[in-house]
Design a protein around this ligand. Structure first.
Ligand code: DGL
Length: 278
């Protein structure tokens, strides 16, 4: 039994889609959520840079005290999950494997689409995981870098977003997919537009739900569940970016009001700021 919070990290607001599921499935647990909005998007960055930023977020939450870390970002999972697993003395859970297994369960025609950031798609990790489980799948990959910006700018419900989503997903229309993995945690906020663009016959896999089922198993296996009987999550939201913009997306998406968001300055952001001031 362990009453420390669970840490959740993402490049920005995307991991809130995982936090939302965590709140639903783990009502006794407390959470620290850290979004690196100041340096979002990670998707077009060099792998070593993504590793550095992700490790900084993990170290920050380790210093605060957490019992388990969820890397709620596909790009960071692809770049840094193995490194974090070796480095940290607590369980570390990523979002790519759970999403892959859920897609395999859902597909009937064996044609699976994967959308994600450039970093995630270029890593080839989804096809690798999917094929390792089943080698008779046809996988269509597509990177959608425009989507993260729409979400971070709080434009995810606009007509502009609808048009961009329809245009970017057009190459998938001819692929006869029956299942699509939303391989970026920002994308579930665009789910209604994605569903309309691809048609209701395509099942959308949002890895948040599957990831939290994994977290539940690990908490149980390692006897790490919280003993709190408050039955109300304690949630602390932290961002490296703009407080107001983070707060408004978080309140709407999580359906919570008056949440407190704190600003955090991570190691190399301090360095970057002082270089700029020289
Ligand atoms: N939410 C992140 C993911 O799941 C990526 C967004 C970004 O490009 O920073 O990949």
């Amino acid at each position: 039994m362990n009453n420390l919070p669970i840490g959740i990290i993402d490049s920005g607001v995307g991991g809130l889609t995982v936090l939302k599921e965590a709140i639903k499935q783990l009502p006794q647990e407390s959470f620290y959520y850290l979004g690196d909005n100041a340096r979002c998007p990670y998707g077009n960055r060099d792998k070593n840079e993504v590793i550095k930023y992700t490790v900084e977020m993990a170290d920050y939450l380790m210093n605060k005290g957490i019992k388990l870390l969820i890397v709620a970002c596909n790009t960071a999972t692809a770049a840094a999950l193995d490194i974090l697993k070796k480095k940290l003395p607590i369980p570390v859970i990523g979002v790519i494997k759970p999403g892959s297994l859920a897609a395999i369960e859902k597909t009937k025609n064996k044609n699976i689409g994967v959308i994600g950031t450039k970093g995630t798609i270029d890593s080839g990790l989804y096809p690798f995981m999917l094929k390792a489980e089943r080698d008779d799948l046809n996988i269509s990959n597509l990177s959608c870098p425009e989507f993260v910006t729409l979400v971070e700018n709080n434009e995810y419900k606009t007509d502009k977003a609808k048009k961009i989503v329809t245009k970017v997903l057009a190459p998938l229309e001819s692929k006869n997919i029956d299942t699509l993995i939303l391989g970026c945690t920002h994308y579930p906020l665009l789910k209604p537009f994605i569903q309309v663009a691809l048609g209701s016959h395509v099942k959308l896999v949002d890895s948040g739900k599957e990831t939290i089922s994994d977290v539940k198993k690990v908490l149980d296996q390692m006897s790490l569940e919280s003993t709190s009987n408050l039955n109300q999550n304690q949630i602390k939201l932290l961002t490296t970016g703009n407080l107001d913009s983070f707060k408004s997306i978080a309140e709407e998406w999580l359906n919570l009001h008056d949440i407190n968001v704190e600003k955090v300055i991570l190691g190399s952001i301090k360095g970057e700021e002082s270089k700029e001031n020289e």
